[in-house]
Write a protein that binds this ligand. Structure first.
Ligand code: SMG
Ligand code: MG
Length: 373
């Protein structure tokens, strides 16, 4: 496959409702999309970096910068390209995993479209639909939270995740349990908002039978998570701390987590995400697919990954209408609590041209091939 060029495209997608976490409130998703043009096919990659470096050190402008300055030019050095060659070519450049993941995904999509194979099949999917959870933001009041959770349960979501932070943890969990019962699959996500000194407070969540608590402590505090896991009975799940298959293996060996949230963007791409799945499966550690408020393009790839055998817990792979009034692709629709795994070549979905144009705020073409490209 010969690369002709790469388009960087910025789109602004208004969210149907503000999404508040322990690190900030999102009202519009500012997304960087990559379109790789090769001599055989085109491919799309969605960069999951947020507009500001609050979830992780990456942010949209930085991703665009490192792509145009270092990552895209590094691919030009390879005469013939396939997706498995991308990560090794990018290794000299530290970090920037979300930017790298978007580039690898776009190349992989182009390659699979050229060969007529789906991403799900390429990754080793064993299901044609995946059960879906929903991540519920921090609200202004318990009444507002109960309304939101009630709406999502009525829509069919099979698992609820509550965002928590100090001052919004035990009471919202108690209220949801009291209103909706002990049968609801329920988990919480702190996005690093606590310290090990809060261990006794967090043990107050133990009686509620949560599936897991996600990333309670700082992303670098792997040992702290191991200590916390000895004190609380709620299973500890890591998100921000897991950046590679190697770090997943280390965290599991140290006893820092018994569940892993897999986000391909956070770990440098779908190929590394699959390696994390494999490492976790070998250790008997369940995984689930995280979300970064993706458009239909990123969602298609996440749903393919979530169909692998080790993804035994419902993911943050919600339907399009949980995020956007109009998605970039044909909408993903919840059916009986599940989303269908796309079966077409590559991601199996296309951006809708008119929608894409209407939300685009900037485009930039980086030529890579011979003269005239
Ligand atoms: O895509 O449904 C989604 C969002 C899921 O809660 C979610 N993601 O830490 O897991 C997480 C957060 C990170 C993004 S918050 C803006
Ligand atoms: Mg998380």
């Amino acid at each position: 496959m010969n690369l002709e060029g790469i388009e960087l495209r910025r789109v602004a997608m208004p969210l149907v409702t503000p999404f508040r976490t322990s690190f900030g409130t999102e009202t519009t998703r500012d997304v960087l999309l990559l379109r790789v043009v090769t001599d055989r096919a085109e491919g799309w990659g969605e960069c999951v970096a947020m507009a500001d470096p609050r979830y992780s050190s990456e942010y949209t402008e930085a991703a665009a910068d490192v792509l145009r300055r270092y990552l895209v030019p590094a691919l030009a050095a390879a005469p013939r390209l396939d997706a498995h060659a991308v990560a090794p070519l990018l290794t000299p450049f530290k970090g920037h995993r979300m930017a790298k993941a978007a580039l690898e995904t776009a190349v992989l999509d182009a390659e699979l479209r050229a060969e007529g194979r789906s991403l799900a099949r390429e990754l080793g999917a064993v299901r044609d639909r995946v059960p879906c959870g929903v991540s519920v933001g921090i609200m202004g009041s318990i009444a507002e939270l109960l309304d939101a959770v009630g709406g999502y349960l009525a829509a069919g979501y099979v698992r609820i995740k509550l965002k928590i932070q100090p001052g919004w943890d035990v009471e919202p969990v108690r209220a949801v349990r009291e209103r909706f019962g002990d049968e609801v699959l329920l988990q919480v996500d702190a996005n690093t908002a606590y310290t090990l000194a809060d261990a006794r407070h967090l043990s107050r969540l133990d009686p509620f039978g949560l599936l897991l608590i996600e990333q309670p402590l700082d992303e670098e505090d792997v040992l702290g998570h191991a200590e916390l896991a000895k004190v609380i009975t709620t299973p500890v799940c890591l998100d921000e701390s897991i950046t590679s298959a190697r770090s997943a293996a280390a965290a599991i060996t140290l006893g820092a987590c018994s569940v892993v949230n897999v986000k391909p963007g956070r770990v440098g791409g779908y190929l590394e995400a699959r390696r994390i799945h494999d490492v976790c499966a070998a250790h008997g550690v369940p995984v689930w697919c995280g979300g970064m408020l993706e458009t239909g393009l990123g969602r298609a790839a996440n749903v393919a990954l979530a169909a692998l055998p080790g993804f035994t817990l419902p993911g943050d792979t919600s339907a399009s209408d949980r995020y956007f009034a109009t998605d970039l692709t044909a909408p993903f629709v919840l059916e009986d609590g599940h989303l269908a795994v796309p079966t077409g070549p590559g991601l199996g979905v296309e951006p809708l041209a008119a929608v894409l144009e209407s939300v685009t705020t900037a485009t930039e073409w980086i030529p890579l091939g011979g003269p005239g490209t």
